[in-house]
Design a protein around this ligand. Sequence first.
Ligand SMILES: *Cc1c(COP(=O)(O)O)cnc(C)c1O
Length: 452
Amino acid sequence: MEKKRFERPIIKKLQTGMPNKFGMKTEYDPITEIDGVPVKELIAKYGSPLYVISEKTIRETCREANRAFSTRYPKVQFAWSYKTNYMNAVCNVFHSEGSWAEVVSGFEYDKAIANGVPASKILFNGPDKSEKDLEKAIKHGSYIHIDHFDELYTIIGLTAKMKERPKVAIRVNMDCGIYPMWSRFGFNYENGEAWEAINRIMLSKKIDLVGLHSHIGTYILAPYAYGTAATKLADLAAAIDKKYNHHIKYIDLGGGFASKNTLKGAYLPGSDTCPTFDQYADAISSALINSQINHEHLPVLILETGRALIDDAGFLLGTVLANKRLPEGKLATIIDIGVNLLFTSFWYDHKITPAQQFSHHTEDAIIYGPLCMNIDIIRENVQLPPMKKGDNIIISRIGAYNMTQWMQFITLRPNIVMVDTKGKAHVIRGNETAISINENEKVPEHLTKFEL
Ligand SMILES: *Cc1c(COP(=O)(O)O)cnc(C)c1O
């Protein structure tokens, strides 16, 4: 028998909270490129921090979602949720994949029109539509998803002076077994409010009720909840058919599918708990095809899913500014990405990966952002290999909500780059400058001069 090779013993510090006495291997390998473009090159060229969007990932995710639904239901239409990420280039990737636009404000409505979306392919949601917004949407034939009775009465008022017939849906909120229930948007199903809204619309005779809409919440891990929602909307559609012999054109199940991000405090990583598009599609399509709706009049199924389609395509690249040893002994790493750029760090444990090779020694660290605020914490506790000042890191799955909910605070917002399907990088939003930030400020005459 061959003599075994000698291996030098190693001494390794035990980490508290680890599942075995050898500690845990770092969860990941370094990420050194995004779709073939070296991370270091991106940072050298476009600065740090830097948002990077992978066009390839958006298209792949979009196609996967489309496949899951269109193989199970004959008429499917996706509408891109602008508020999830309304960078024009991002919206246009979705539009080029066939998505309509789903907007929740006049600002977003105008953005969709400017991007070239036909008005007849815009769904207008949200509680805040001004009379002007409604007039515009009616004139151009967009779909208005009515949120409350006051909005309905405004629309009825507009029909008296406009020749175009408004095309509307009502937003319905309901008990789908998900709590707390989102009851603040739309009309309630259980207490009859939704049915009343429908009857008032039908009574007006000047409004076309074309759809029924719900958006039950966000990051919903239970596909069955969508089955319940679809059943309730289908029941309303069947009741409308029965009472008025009127066929609803579409049922819109909104968004809210979970992305693979890990919620803070979750026991398992999001990549293990996130349902697949197939599971959501199963729940929704079964509910619709098994409902009372006659198959000759099956409505189009509209989906407005946001975060599940874009989270994976977004990365935030940054740089280590410093390391500190806190008085209690813990390692603190300060990076140039703060909560102003990563709003979602308030509820996700984002995956942070070094962008260069590292040793497999790891240590519990707290990751601070650069803001002078105590709440500026990117990760409370993460196992990372030691990194030096100047090393780069990548935060993954940040495509949803960060580029729309970001805050301008003490620094300027950075570049956003999209890597196209051929591996070419394009700036899709330039970094802010002192000029762009100051351009809307005005100093009153008496404050323009002072002596110190
Ligand atoms: C925000 C929103 C969406 C998208 O939600 P996600 O949770 O990102 O999928 C869809 N529809 C409406 C009405 C919304 O407000």
